[in-house]
Design a protein around this ligand. Structure first.
Ligand SMILES: Cc1cc2nc3c(=O)[nH]c(=O)nc-3n(C[C@H](O)[C@H](O)[C@H](O)COP(=O)(O)OP(=O)(O)OC[C@H]3O[C@@H](n4cnc5c(N)ncnc54)[C@H](O)[C@@H]3O)c2cc1C
Length: 319
């Protein structure tokens, strides 16, 4: 079975999106191929005329820090390209320092061979609500950079010269690109080029953990990541972000639990209340291959306790 006819390795975003435009609906972006090729092999995705590989695009596989000067003061970010692999994330001193939840979530994806080629952009674009790297990014309140090519002509039809069109890029909240399980809302003229999240502040810590079948591959029964900031007393959480997957059709933020955790000094009772709030807000379902709704409900409590305690310990260490 042939799954594609042409394989392109553009080195700019404009060239990648021009190729997509040239093939219309008959081309697909590919990064590590660890989701897409398997989907093609098992019939979940039809063969295409062309694959457009994003991994050779300049700057898409790098990790760096940068500072934005905005009206509200400077914002210090960690920026990672969409074609950064899980192995790069696992080994990056920058992400180890600023995003422990992301390191922990990416370092459990598949085995080393998968992590060496599978990218964070592919993990997010595949849009599964339980995708591990996505849950790690969501807890860090990450933004995604979406590039769009508008106008221009692919072939310069009627004897006229081809024109490239105009490339724009916007930073938007990570959750804004998801439209349902396995569905993102990117158009055929768009791709993900990068992700960014705030550098870690004093008294801030994050963590991730998941529950997996012993022989399980790919997706967990449940994954959970949290990012917390303590106030100066070190007894009260001043900001909390909690991401859980799968707990709905798209990656899920436990907003009511987050609000509860900042409403009073931290205690075991407060944690119990926050767990109940997350359990009530989560939309859990039974999956034939992974776990029942009831089991996932119980595991929210186990993971939230485990992950928050680890994130809080890290926040205190960094005080
Ligand atoms: C054995 C095995 C174990 C796995 N274990 C796990 C696991 O434990 N946890 C987990 O979360 N996942 C797991 N996966 C799934 C997979 O490895 C990850 O989701 C991976 O991050 C996908 O990245 P990729 O680069 O391979 O994506 P690809 O397969 O190349 O692409 C996936 C989708 O994203 C699109 N895409 C890729 N890059 C971009 C971009 N820059 N902009 C827009 N669209 C883009 C593609 O068109 C395609 O639709 C596993 C897979 C295998 C085969």
């Amino acid at each position: 079975m042939t799954y594609w006819q042409h394989y392109h390795t553009p080195t700019t975003v404009t060239d990648a999106l021009s190729l997509l435009r040239q093939y219309g609906d008959d081309a697909k972006l590919i990064a590590g191929g660890t989701d897409l090729i398997i989907d093609m092999q098992n019939g979940a995705h039809a063969p295409v005329t062309a694959l457009v590989d994003v991994t050779q695009i300049d700057g898409l596989a790098t990790i760096h820090t940068e500072t934005d000067e905005g009206a509200d003061g400077d914002a210090a970010w960690v920026v990672l390209g969409a074609a950064v692999t899980h192995t790069q994330i696992e080994r990056s001193p920058i992400i180890q320092e600023h995003g422990a939840a992301l390191v922990e979530s990416c370092s459990v994806v598949g085995g080393p061979q998968v992590r060496n080629v599978a990218t964070i952009g592919g993990n997010v674009a595949h849009a599964l609500p339980a995708a591990d790297g996505t849950i790690g990014l969501l807890a860090l309140d990450a933004q995604v950079q979406v590039c769009t090519l508008t106008g221009g002509t692919g072939s310069g039809g009627n004897g006229s010269p081809a024109s490239e069109g105009s490339l724009t890029s916007t930073w938007q909240p990570l959750l804004s690109i998801f439209s349902g399980p396995g569905r993102n809302n990117l158009g055929g003229n768009q791709l993900l080029s990068a992700f960014r999240f705030r550098q870690r502040q004093p008294r801030q810590g994050s963590a991730f953990d998941r529950i997996m079948r012993p022989q399980g591959i790919a997706l967990p029964m449940l994954g959970l990541a949290a990012n917390v900031t303590l106030d100066e007393s070190l007894n009260r959480i001043s900001a909390a972000t909690i991401a859980i997957g799968p707990a709905g059709p798209i990656p899920f933020r436990a907003a009511s639990a987050e609000a509860l955790l900042t409403s009073a000094p931290f205690s075991d009772d407060l944690l119990t209340e926050a767990i109940i709030a997350a359990q009530q807000q989560a939309q859990l379902r039974t999956s034939r291959h992974r776990a029942s709704r009831e089991y996932r409900h119980e595991m929210i409590a186990v993971l939230m306790r485990r992950v928050l305690i680890r994130a809080l310990a890290r926040a205190r260490l960094e005080a």
